[in-house]
Structures are given as C-alpha cells and as structure tokens.
Design a protein around this ligand. Structure first.
Ligand code: PSU
Ligand code: MN
Length: 289
C-alpha cells in the first residue's frame, strides 16, 4: 500500500488544541479512506519516526507551547543527541520520510522567503526550500502564506530546480486565497498527470522534490485583500517584538490566527483535508504505474 507522510509542526505549532489533534487524526483517516497508508512524522525521545502512533500524535498535539520544539533540518542532530521530543517542519519531515522510503507528503503551507524588513532581500529563507531542492519527494501544499514574499519564494525554487505544479490551477495559491497572480510552471488536472511528471523527473535522474500546489476549496477561501491588513499587523508586531530565525513563522501563524479568528482556522483545516485527499490520490496513481 502506498504511504503518505504528514508533518507535525502544523500539529504542535500551527493549530490550536484540540483542533490540531482532531485534524491530525482526520488527515490520517482521509488518507486511509482513499486507499493509502498515512505516516505522521515526528520525534519522540530522540527517535525519528515515520508513522507515529495515535498516542504519540496526542503527545505532540497536547504539549503546551514551547514544550515540543519545532524541528527543522538543522535541529535533527540536537533532538537525537539529547533524546528530545520534536515536531518536524516540512524540511525535516521530507528528510525523514524519504529515509523511510516514502514518496508523497501532504502539508498545509510550506515555508519560504520572508518579506524583507529593510533594503535588499531578506536573509530569512526557510530550510523547506533547500530541502525541496535536494530530497526526492512530492510535496502537496496549498502554496505558501502571503505573509511571505511569494515572488521571491518562487524565484528561489526556480533557481534551485524545483518544478512547481498547480493542481487544477494556473496560479500559485496563497494558502487562504486560491490565487496569488503568480504563475506555476505547469498545471496538472489529475493525479495521473502529476505521477507522469514525477516519473519523468526521476527518469532523468534529476535530484530533489516536486511541489504540488492545490488551492484551498472555494467555499473556505479568504480573499487576499481581506487578510492583508491582518498580515501587515502581524508582521509589524513581529518586528516590534524583535523575533528572529525559527521563532518568526510560529509567531506570525499564531498572530494571524488570533487576528482573523475562526474563519482562518476553518480555511486552514479545509485546505489540510483537501491536501490529504490529493496526496493520497497521487500516491495511488504512482502505485499503479
Ligand atoms: N506555514 C503554515 N503553517 C505551518 C508552517 C508554515 O502556513 O504550520 C510550518 C511548516 O511546518 C513549515 C514551517 O515547514 O512552518 C516553516 O518554518 P520556517 O519558516 O521557520 O522554516
Ligand atoms: Mn525562517
């Protein structure tokens, strides 16, 4: 049975309790209902696990803020050596999932290039982008949040040879919003289309992953103009509070969720479910090649 990886930073740092726990179990159920086998990825007492048990998922979901670290690639040696618990980002999840022989991964939004706060480009570039350039996995997401610099994010992916697929869309989605005005490299309307591009990439011996961007379902979309003021406010507060490095993304996610309330939570849950469905379908299409 084909496997689909799921990340855990979104569980521990991206959603409030207990919605996070319900969502984590629901994504696994959706993947099973669509014929594939879910593997939620995380770190328990220093062990890198692809396929957390329900109890282990609960442990990562229920830990109060700060108890379970956000683990990206650079944090892997630390949590292993110190035998810590950790919630894995897209980057760390890709690395662990690939090591476990998994080819497809469903997430919400990927990290990207942050908006610049001064003259010149921002140095805050998510390790997710580097990981997409080096680790062979199909990553299904709803694009990236507009709190990032989306044009710079797509430029980075282009420079590093990551093909960006619009799943049923010509535009790169902006997480809460279906479009960003920025084109994807290719549109695929079916899981089989995605599988074909993946096979071609592997056949050519090209390193790295494939980014599949599926827009949030229309009924749950928040138009970009409606969410931009809250994004601006969250960015200004982040700057004023002097946050840096790995703290920036969780801070912004939490503030935007607080400022936009239930609506953004519903959009977030909806797109995560949608991505689980799409990833399972793609995994099934790869399986019957
Ligand atoms: N964007 C979201 N929700 C999330 C994340 C990003 O809309 O939960 C998480 C993902 O786990 C992603 C990580 O891999 O944040 C990126 O963090 P950073 O920008 O520090 O690399
Ligand atoms: Mn960052």
């Amino acid at each position: 049975m084909p496997r689909v990886a799921l990340e855990s930073t979104v569980i521990s740092h991206g959603l409030p309790y207990p919605d996070n726990l319900h969502l984590a179990h629901e994504m696994e159920r959706i993947i099973r209902d669509n014929g594939a086998d879910p593997a939620t990825v995380g770190v328990i007492e220093g062990e890198l696990i692809a396929g957390l048990s329900p109890q282990q998922i609960e442990r990562l979901a229920a830990a109060s803020d700060g108890k379970v670290g956000k683990v990206s690639r650079r944090d892997l040696p630390i949590v292993v050596a110190r035998k810590l618990d950790g919630a894995t980002t897209v980057a760390a999840t890709m690395w662990i999932a690939h090591r476990a022989g998994i080819e497809v991964f469903a997430t919400g939004g990927i990290g990207g290039v942050h908006r610049s706060r001064g003259p010149g480009p921002s140095a805050d570039v998510s390790a997710d982008l580097q990981e997409l350039a080096r680790t062979p996995l199909i990553v299904v997401c709803a694009g990236a949040k507009a709190l990032l610099d989306l044009p710079a994010t797509l430029e980075y992916l282009e420079t590093h040879g990551v093909t960006v697929i619009g799943y049923g869309t010509d535009e790169f989605p902006a997480f809460y919003s279906r479009g960003s005005g920025l084109p994807v490299d290719i549109r695929c309307n079916t899981p089989e289309d995605v599988a074909e591009i993946w096979r071609a990439k592997r056949g050519l011996g090209l390193a790295g992953g494939l980014l599949v961007a599926a827009p949030v379902p229309a009924e749950d979309e928040i138009p970009a103009a409606q969410i931009e003021p809250q994004i601006e406010q969250a960015l200004a507060e982040c700057e004023a509070d002097g946050l840096r490095s790995a703290e920036v993304t969780p801070y912004l996610l939490r503030r935007i969720a607080e400022l936009t309330g239930d609506r953004s939570l519903q959009a977030n849950l909806s797109l995560l479910r949608n991505n689980a469905r799409a990833a399972a379908a793609i995994a099934m299409a790869l399986d019957c090649e």
